[in-house]
Ligand binder design. Structure first.
Ligand code: T46
Length: 139
């Protein structure tokens, strides 16, 4: 596991045999929160990025189940780009992080586990507001 303060990547250990591999995701075990919601993003044209927002409180785990995509993260001070290209790799994103997803392969399926139900009030969709928010929260 590699740790950063606003994100971390996790390498999941598959249970494999001659029939193939299986990965189990368990709340408060290899998923560091209670899972309240699961959604997945697919059929994304390679040239079309998504995201461009931060969450005030939401924590999430991304897994690219098929194909690949890039995830760009920004906590207002540091920016990082992570390629997700394996169902063995998880990306935990803490709250207060601006994100963008891009470069989806044609078979790209990004699954997201979230610790809260969908709530538009938790989104910050304006970058200037995001920077003000991070300053107020003393990142
Ligand atoms: C995130 C990235 C990775 C719902 O009705 N329920 C849901 O659970 C979600 C996630 C979205 N929606 C609606 C809201 C919009 O009308 O689906 C539409 C597309 O959502 P959005 O434009 O926010 O999609 P992305 O790909 O920009 O962002 C999504 C998540 O919203 C966000 O939390 O971190 O995926």
């Amino acid at each position: 596991m590699r740790s950063e303060h606003f994100y971390r990547t996790i390498e999941f250990n598959p249970i494999g045999d001659s029939r193939g591999d299986l990965i189990s995701l368990e709340a408060l075990n290899n998923v560091p929160f209670e899972i309240r919601r699961v959604y997945y993003i697919f059929n994304v044209p390679r040239s079309i990025p998504r995201g461009f927002h931060a969450h005030k409180t939401l924590r999430q785990l991304f897994v690219c189940m098929s194909g690949s995509c890039k995830v760009h993260l920004d906590n207002g001070l540091e920016k990082v780009e992570i390629t997700l290209d394996s169902p063995r790799k998880g990306l935990v994103i803490e709250s207060g992080v601006w994100r963008q997803m891009s470069d989806f392969s044609s078979d790209g399926v990004l699954m997201v586990l979230a610790d809260q139900m969908y709530d538009e009030a938790d989104y910050i969709r304006n970058y200037s507001e995001f920077l003000d928010y991070t300053r107020l929260n003393k990142r």
